[in-house]
Design a protein around this ligand. Structure first.
Ligand code: SAH
Length: 327
């Protein structure tokens, strides 16, 4: 999964333009400016609630085209002191996407880093949309002789899935501990390593992190998926030419933070005021533009669209004010 996505010559994110109608998928910030505006104001409110620490790190993991950060910057201009105190830090592995982000954020001065381990030791206000789902998973099948890892090999010259010999034990997460026989469970260790870096910064220096992604709580089953030109693809069919993701099991990630809140994207956007914002924007629109705005609002929030399969995990520190967007 890591090689397919990030190989320096053949990797998907290194070589392709995945986003938008010509690409393979569309993400929430690309669907509507409202997404970035609401999370931008949530970050700013959390910053005010925590005594406006200065300087602080305003970070995004996996910024794609940079649209979310651009919307965050535009909307937070109105918050006194926020821009002056913010040091923008972007964690991005793809050199090609770094160039796209630099163009989108022209006039700003972001610093790019390779890994979350390199995040500054400072108060941290962070957002990551559809980032954790791109980090490699391992899959394990619970059989009569214990756990076996699902591996990829060659049969008659074609990539194929197979099972390892039984292992002495499986990974140590609640999903594994509670798995019934016959069940396939996924381990997202690289996602937990990144999230632990973020949780540690917030515990030490204060701040908040919003993780937005599709996934569940104590998830089980095979969620590895490939997407090519907006259609599902066989994950082994086009290595490096299709997007590969897996649903995020949020439980072991949330457990890394002493304080957290978790809810569906639809519920969080509703509490952040998306209906009022959508109405306000609709005032200046007519015809096709108005219809597409209304469709975007529905797409982000409706339970049958992105509203309930996408979740928001907010990490904060012990005793901190509650994260904006949660009950
Ligand atoms: N957040 C954006 C893009 C999501 S796609 C949006 O919502 O539109 C995933 C992003 O994470 C891409 O920018 C990709 O290059 C980056 N990425 C994937 N794996 C990464 C890794 N291991 N380290 C850093 N960035 C990574």
């Amino acid at each position: 999964m890591a090689e397919c996505l990030l190989h320096p010559v053949h990797g998907y994110y290194t070589t392709r333009e995945p986003f938008g109608t010509k690409g393979d998928f569309t993400t929430a910030p690309e669907i509507s400016q409202m997404f970035g505006e609401l999370f931008g104001l949530a970050l700013a409110q959390a910053w005010l609630d925590r005594g406006s620490p200065a300087p602080f790190t305003l970070a995004e993991l996996g910024p794609g085209r940079g649209t979310l950060m651009a919307d965050i910057r535009r909307v937070t201009k109105a918050v006194p002191g926020f821009h002056a105190a913010a040091r923008i830090t972007l964690v991005e592995a793809s050199p090609r996407l770094r160039e796209v982000q630099a163009k989108t954020l022209a006039g700003q001065t972001p610093t790019w880093i390779d890994r979350a381990e390199d995040l500054p030791e400072a108060p941290l206000f962070l957002v990551a949309n559809e980032f954790l789902d791109a980090l490699p998973i391992r899959q394990f099948q619970h059989g009569p002789q214990g756990w076996q890892e699902r591996l990829i090999g060659l049969r008659d010259g074609a990539l194929t899935f197979g099972l390892s010999a039984p292992l002495p034990q499986g990974p140590d997460t609640p999903a594994f501990r509670h798995a019934a026989e016959g069940v396939l469970v996924e381990d997202n260790l690289p996602a937990r390593v990144v999230a632990a870096e973020v949780a540690t910064r917030i515990a030490r220096h204060g701040g908040i992190a919003y993780w937005i992604d599709y996934g569940g709580w104590r998830s089980q089953g095979d969620t590895l998926q490939a997407l090519r030109q907006h259609a599902p693809d066989d994950p082994l069919a086009h290595p490096g030419a299709a997007d590969l993701t897996a649903h995020v099991d949020f439980e072991p990630i949330a457990a890394l933070s002493p304080a957290f809140a978790w809810d569906t994207q639809g519920a969080v956007l509703a509490r952040l005021g998306i209906d009022a914002r959508a109405k306000r924007l609709a005032c200046s629109l007519t015809g096709a533009a108005l219809e597409s705005h209304q469709a975007a609002h529905r797409r982000l929030t409706h339970p049958e669209e992105m509203g309930s399969v996408f979740k928001v995990l907010a990490m904060t520190s012990t005793g901190a004010p509650p994260p904006p967007g949660f009950a």
